[in-house]
Design a protein around this ligand. Structure first.
Ligand code: SAM
Length: 227
C-alpha cells in the first residue's frame, strides 16, 4: 500500500489574508487537518470556504495521539499539521510527530508561510546575517542564567513573549543589559501593530499601559553593534 504524506502548513499570524494559494489547496485536499485549537483553525477554514475534517493536536495531547496519526499515514492518508498561528513546530508542537514520521519513512512536505520571528527580524533593522532564535525564555528555572548568557551575545537575538509579561521581560533586560538597543514588535500583521525601538528603559517609558496586552517579538541587537 502506498504511504500517505504529512504536510506542515504555515498559516497567518494575525491577518487572515497572509496565507499562500498552495496552503489553501493542501488544506482543501488532505484527508485530515491536525490543529492546536479547532475553533481557531475553523475560523481560518471558514474564511476560505474549506470544509475539511479537523482533529486537535496540541502540546497536551501530542504524545498520546502520535501512534494513531502514524497508523493513518501508513495506511495511505494525507494529513496536514497547522498551528494556531504561523509555522508549526516553531515554539509550537509537531517536532515529535515529524520524527516519528521520519522513522516510518513517511514523506514530509513543508508549505512555507508566516512566522513571527522572521517577520520581526526582517523589519527590525538589526543585523540579519547571523541571528539566534531563543523563543520564550524559561519561566522560572534557568531564566536568570539565560539572561546573563544573552547579555554577551554578539548575534541578533529573537525572543517571544505573550500577553501581560512584556513589562517583566523589559525590566529584566534593563537589569541585565541596560545599554542594549532593542526592538519590540507587538501584534504583527494585526490592527494594533506597533513597534518600539531603543534601550530597555526608553521602551518601558513608552509603553502606554503597564500590563499591555498582545503578542510580542523582542529583538536584542548584537552586543558590539552600533546603529
Ligand atoms: N508558530 C508561531 C510562529 O511561527 O511565529 C509562534 C507560536 S508561539 C506559541 C506564539 C508567540 O509567537 C507569541 O507569544 C508571540 O511571542 C509570537 N507571535 C505570534 N504571532 C505574533 C504576532 N502577530 N505579533 C507578534 N508576535 C507574535
Amino acid at each position: 500500500m502506498k504511504k500517505g504524506e504529512l504536510f506542515i502548513v504555515a498559516t497567518p499570524i494575525g491577518n487572515l489574508q497572509d496565507i499562500s494559494f498552495r496552503a489553501i489547496q493542501i488544506l482543501k485536499e488532505v484527508d485530515l487537518i491536525l490543529c492546536e485549537d479547532t475553533r481557531v483553525t475553523r475560523k481560518l477554514l471558514n474564511n476560505y470556504e474549506i470544509n475539511n475534517s479537523l482533529a486537535s493536536f496540541n502540546a497536551q495531547s501530542e504524545i498520546k495521539k502520535i501512534p494513531g496519526i502514524i497508523r493513518q499515514l501508513l495506511s495511505g492518508k494525507t494529513i496536514a499539521l497547522v498551528s494556531d498561528a504561523g509555522t508549526p513546530t516553531i515554539s509550537d508542537p509537531g517536532v515529535r510527530l515529524i520524527n516519528e514520521a521520519i522513522k516510518n519513512d513517511i514523506k514530509i512536505t513543508g508549505i512555507p508561510g508566516p512566522n513571527a520571528a522572521i517577520l520581526a527580524l526582517s523589519i527590525s533593522g538589526l543585523p540579519t546575517d547571523s541571528f539566534v532564535f531563543e523563543g520564550f525564555l524559561p519561566q522560572k528555572k534557568g531564566r536568570q542564567k539565560k539572561l546573563k548568557y544573552l547579555a554577551d551575545e554578539n548575534r541578533t537575538v529573537i525572543l517571544y513573549e505573550s500577553t501581560y509579561r512584556i513589562e517583566k521581560l523589559l525590566n529584566e533586560l534593563n537589569e541585565y543589559m541596560p545599554e542594549r538597543y532593542i526592538v519590540v514588535h507587538r501584534e504583527l500583521t494585526k490592527k494594533f501593530e506597533e513597534t518600539w525601538r531603543g534601550l530597555p528603559q526608553d521602551i518601558l517609558k513608552q509603553l502606554p499601559d503597564k500590563t499591555i496586552k498582545g503578542e510580542f517579538v523582542i529583538l536584542l541587537s548584537p552586543i558590539l553593534w552600533k546603529q
